[in-house]
Write a protein that binds this ligand. Structure first.
Ligand code: IDP
Ligand code: MG
Length: 156
């Protein structure tokens, strides 16, 4: 019982995007390092450039928000890096490392406090909860691109 519960906790996954401003500022390695140093594992990774239509599919939940158009322009302005991270409580831990949506309100030492430029141009995305993580991971990656977090390669 304890064993199977632990298995489920360890299996949690989150979708992270290193947004166009961070890629432009040469921060891909710096952002990934912060997750790795916290013990989270990269279980998939790729670089791509969203069209406006693809951004709008990814951020469909925000289609009625006043910032949707600005968000669509920003997220399609250059290449991004998409990652699947695995680890215990990875969703919560990732959001903590990223910090609040508005970089000026984000805790000191978070990625957005250190590198974000504005409430729109805020360097990194991290899934908000398990349901969003599943939807976002399926949108960005096919099943065979994602490593098995419980396989021996991730044991330290
Ligand atoms: P999150 O990225 O912290 O989860 P969400 O509310 O899901 O924040 O918004 C998605 C993205 O939309 C943000 O990361 C940011 O780029 C942009 N955004 C959110 N709120 C605003 C706003 O009030 N004004 C402008 N852009 C915003
Ligand atoms: Mg969000």
């Amino acid at each position: 019982m304890i064993g199977s519960r632990r298995y489920l906790l360890e299996m949690e996954r989150s979708l992270v995007l290193i947004k166009p401003d961070a890629v432009r500022k040469n921060l891909i390695g710096e952002v990934i390092k912060r997750f790795e140093e916290d013990g989270l594992r990269v279980i998939s990774l790729k670089m791509l450039w969203f069209s406006r239509k693809e951004v709008q599919m990814f951020y469909k939940e925000h289609e009625d928000k006043p910032f949707y158009d600005a968000l669509s322009n920003y997220m399609s302005s250059g290449p991004i890096v998409a990652l699947v991270l695995g680890g215990e409580n990875v969703i919560k831990r990732t959001r903590e490392l990223i910090g609040a949506t508005d970089p000026s309100a984000a805790d000191k030492g978070t990625i957005r406090a250190d590198f974000g430029e504005s409430i729109t141009v805020n360097s990194v995305h991290g899934s908000a909860n398990r349901e969003s993580a599943d939807t976002e991971i399926s949108f960005m990656f096919s099943q065979i691109e994602i490593m098995d977090f419980n396989s021996g390669i991730y044991r330290r």
